[in-house]
Design a protein around this ligand. Structure first.
Ligand code: 5GP
Length: 268
């Protein structure tokens, strides 16, 4: 699929200059949303690896990740796994619920790969006896170090109740994503999610936040073993946009199938 590179302001639903930027990360920007308690999440084309030591701009990556993350989060919401996703606004942006991000990367692994394969000397692709959940402390300067529940409790990053809820969310996301991928001939090797806290009156609850996309999952073709995720970029294995387009195509999530965007409204 060929994506043209247009000036960013031409793809926006409302002018960037008037919006307040809340946070800019490596692959996304968060802006203040149109209503209290909402934010606009903008997906960039930037790709980084090895804690931003390797970086590039991959035309169309942001569009694909916006669509794919929408697809996964809509599905999760539909089966009762709460997420921050409210609505896709346009090709690169979605409206999300504002939440307090818990400073952990929650990783679920079904097969050994990446840092776990390296750390434990297990061959990549080895099936694990059961899904294994790991936690990393979100800190780019430290390279997101692996931490235990002891660290999390001692430093107050999350309570015991939070950890029970995070584990349950992570395993439900794993079941949903594994099944979805299995149906289109893709093995869900591992993935990372982030979890946020929202307040409903006196109550608080945890929801899946950030994004779920081939940037944050390992996806291998079941027959050929072809990698269809960010490892294509991390390990120089070919065209990243091609790999993500293949995932989108198999799932029936193509930018070309996008529902028509809302027509502009005249303001009196
Ligand atoms: P590993 O620890 O093997 O590098 O990564 C495990 C899984 O979590 C992989 O699917 C990887 O894509 C994802 N992951 C780990 N850290 C990050 C991160 O900082 N950003 C993103 N997008 N994904 C991550």
């Amino acid at each position: 699929m060929v994506f043209s590179r247009r000036p960013v302001h031409m793809t926006e639903s409302f002018p960037m200059a008037r919006r307040k930027k809340i946070y800019e990360g490596k692959a996304k920007i968060l802006y203040e949303g149109p209503e209290p308690g909402t934010m606009v999440q903008y997906f960039k084309d930037d790709a980084t690896a090895n804690n931003a030591e390797k970086r590039d701009v991959i035309d169309g990556k942001g569009v694909l990740n916006n669509r794919l993350s929408e697809f996964f989060m809509v599905g999760l919401n539909a089966i009762g796994v709460p997420t921050h996703f409210l609505k896709r606004l346009n090709m690169r942006e979605q409206l999300v619920r504002q939440c307090d991000i818990i400073p952990l990367e929650v990783i679920v692994r079904n097969f050994a790969a990446g840092t776990m394969a390296k750390r434990l000397g297990i061959e990549e692709g080895t099936p694990l006896p059961r899904p294994i959940v790991e936690y990393c402390y979100k800190d780019d300067k430290l390279g997101d170090p692996l931490v235990t529940e002891e660290h999390i409790a001692a430093f107050g990053w999350a309570s015991q109740q939070d950890m029970d809820d995070i584990l349950s969310l992570a395993l439900r996301v794993n079941d949903f994503m594994s099944g979805l991928m299995y149906g289109v001939g893709i093995k869900l090797v591992d993935f990372k999610i982030e979890v946020g806290r929202v307040y409903d009156g006196d109550f608080q609850r945890l929801i899946v936040a950030d994004e779920i996309s081939p940037d944050s999952c390992r996806l291998w073709d079941m027959e050929t073993g072809r990698k269809l995720d960010k490892d294509v970029f991390r390990r120089d294995l070919g065209d990243l946009a091609d790999a993500y387009t293949e995932v989108a195509r198999r799932l029936g999530v193509m930018p070309a199938n996008a529902t028509p965007m809302e027509k502009p409204k005249l303001i009196n």
